[in-house]
Design a protein around this ligand. Structure first.
Ligand code: SAM
Length: 235
């Protein structure tokens, strides 16, 4: 990847950034995403945030190499600590687990002032993000599921707003599978959730052959509920 060629996954993230935005890309690693977006005239500027020294230095090197220092500010720090309130209008967080992305949003809540759109790409546990968005008055406006190099990714875009109509019935299934994705049910979605269903059925078998205690009974109950939701989502 570089400023000219971006992975299919990160291109999908970029496609949800409104033209002319000022973006904070949190966990930017090599800053490929903001460099690509700026190089293609898609954004006005960006902050590339990194918590770890190695990726922070890679991002700095990349931005300097391209002479984009005036447009892309590379900063070291955790989550949204690298931005000031109202500094950016779009935040992207890609390539992390859903739990970590949710924690970054939760811990940086006061920095979300002025932010109009979130574009989030969890590698796993997208449900944790959907629940956070729901609880914090962010409306999921679009979802995408895609496969690249044998891995399946989801991209979620959200804006401020009320999502009552989005989660009318089947709220828990929609958190897990994605309200738009479960309507569309494309081939990648079916592949992902057939696999997830199989994984859960295997766990249930293992739990059934093991001796029972309260914790196992509770775990089995939760997994059986998820199986039911996935079966509904796939049907
Ligand atoms: N966003 C890039 C992508 O999608 O290709 C890089 C993803 S990489 C797997 C995750 C990056 O997030 C790492 O470079 C890591 O250092 C950074 N990271 C993890 N936790 C972070 C946090 N709390 N704040 C900022 N960056 C973080």
């Amino acid at each position: 990847m570089n400023e000219q060629y971006l992975s299919k996954r990160l291109k999908a993230v970029v496609s949800y950034i409104p033209k002319g935005a000022i973006v904070a890309d949190i966990g930017s690693d090599h800053a490929y995403l903001p460099c690509y977006a700026y190089n293609n005239g898609l954004i006005k500027g960006a902050v590339a945030g990194e918590v770890n020294e190695g990726p922070y230095l890679s991002a700095k090197k990349q931005v300097e190499k391209l002479g984009m220092n005036d447009a892309i500010s590379v900063r070291k720090g955790s989550g949204l600590a690298v931005i000031a309130p109202k500094e950016v209008n779009v935040i992207t967080v890609a390539g992390m687990g859903g739990g970590l992305i949710r924690d970054i949003l939760e811990e940086g809540k006061e920095k979300l002032e002025g932010v109009e759109r979130l574009v989030l790409q969890p590698n796993v546990a997208a449900d944790k993000i959907r629940i956070w968005l729901h609880k914090n008055n962010w409306l999921l406006i679009s979802e995408e599921i895609l496969e690249e190099d044998g891995k399946i990714y989801e991209v979620l875009a959200a804006e401020r707003g009320n999502d009552k109509s989005l989660y009318q019935n089947d709220k828990l299934a929609a958190f897990l599978l994605g309200p738009y994705l479960m309507k569309e049910k494309n081939a990648v979605f079916q592949k992902k959730w057939s696999h997830e269903l199989e994984k859960r059925r295997k766990i249930i078998k293992q739990l059934e052959s093991a001796s029972n205690n309260e914790e196992k009974v509770e775990r089995k109950k939760l997994i059986l509920q998820e199986i039911k939701r996935i079966e509904e989502g796939l049907s």
